[in-house]
Design a protein around this ligand. Structure first.
Ligand SMILES: CC(C)(COP(=O)(O)OP(=O)(O)OC[C@H]1O[C@@H](n2cnc3c(N)ncnc32)[C@H](O)[C@@H]1OP(=O)(O)O)[C@@H](O)C(=O)NCCC(=O)NCCS
Length: 246
């Protein structure tokens, strides 16, 4: 079973972000302790608080071991590191992990952090999408996120990648439970609302046009058939860009 997994020690994926930054995705490993200390040093107090829910100056020896020495199955972590054009690795940029719940083995708790200077560049989304794929390989069907109520960044990211099925509060911590999308089969949910509205408008106009044709004589029919054809053509051209099947 494990030998058929894609996300194992040999997994490497090199990508170019929209801003031109080259990054590598790979498993986080025990030799990443120094890299993790440097990345932690780059985190602002706010980001540390959002990740650990308290002020945190450093990672203890035990925490470093826990965060870098996983079994790769029940506790799994992916790293994003910068690379140069020759593929040499530089600083750590982000990490995400999932830890299977002991009493609910199809559910895993997720944590994710991107260093401040690289936030908003798409790394969090890429990491979480790959984590979904890796988790599915390991028989995980649901994710559980714990986040501070004011942490809009993570809540935005979760809703972009996963399907939220429940949210509730435990004190000031918001628990978000999600299903895992099948990232290969499910279309991405990122069509702008305006595009959806445009599609709805065209659909309504087309139906109205057909209704009118039924009420009209042959002379006006030809005019409205032209308008209908235009609407249908526009709908077809939108089809590939919509997050649903028209
Ligand atoms: C949450 C976090 C991992 C997001 O990573 P990121 O690389 O900045 O996210 P991305 O650039 O990939 O953005 C993906 C989506 O997240 C959401 N998002 C990101 N930054 C956001 C912001 N400032 N406000 C609202 N939503 C935001 C958006 O939905 C965004 O999609 P879009 O770009 O299509 O609008 C990052 O902000 C972080 O490390 N925060 C500190 C630690 C933390 O809060 N961890 C979560 C608790 S476990």
């Amino acid at each position: 079973m494990r030998e058929r997994l894609r996300f194992i020690e040999t997994y490497r994926e090199d990508l170019t972000l929209a801003d031109g930054q080259l990054i590598r995705l790979r498993l986080l490993c025990p030799s990443d302790k120094a890299c993790m200390i440097s990345a932690f040093a780059e985190l602002s107090a706010q980001s540390r608080h959002k990740r650990f829910f308290s002020a945190k100056d450093s990672l203890s020896h035990d925490e470093l071991r826990y965060f870098t020495e996983m079994d790769g199955y029940d506790h799994f972590a992916l790293a994003a590191v910068e690379i140069d054009k020759n593929g040499n690795e530089g600083r750590g940029l982000g990490v995400t992990r999932c830890i299977r719940l002991v009493d609910d083995i199809e559910c895993a708790e997720v944590a994710i952090t991107v260093i401040d200077r690289m936030q908003g560049h798409g790394i969090g989304r890429i990491l979480l999408e790959r984590l979904v794929d890796a988790a599915r390989e390991r028989g995980i069907a649901r994710f559980r996120f714990e986040c501070l109520a004011h942490n809009l960044e993570i809540q935005g990211l979760i809703s972009k990648v996963c399907r939220i099925v429940d949210t509730h509060f435990d004190g000031e911590v918001r628990i978000v439970e999600t299903d895992l999308p099948n990232t290969e089969a499910d279309p991405p949910q990122h069509a702008p609302e305006a595009l959806f509205n445009l599609y709805t408008l065209i659909q309504a106009l087309t139906i109205q046009s057909i209704d009118m044709q039924m009420d009209m004589g042959r002379a006006t029919l030809n005019q409205t058939i032209g308008a209908t054809r235009q609407s249908v053509g526009l709908m077809s051209s939108l089809k590939g860009t919509l997050p649903f099947q028209p």
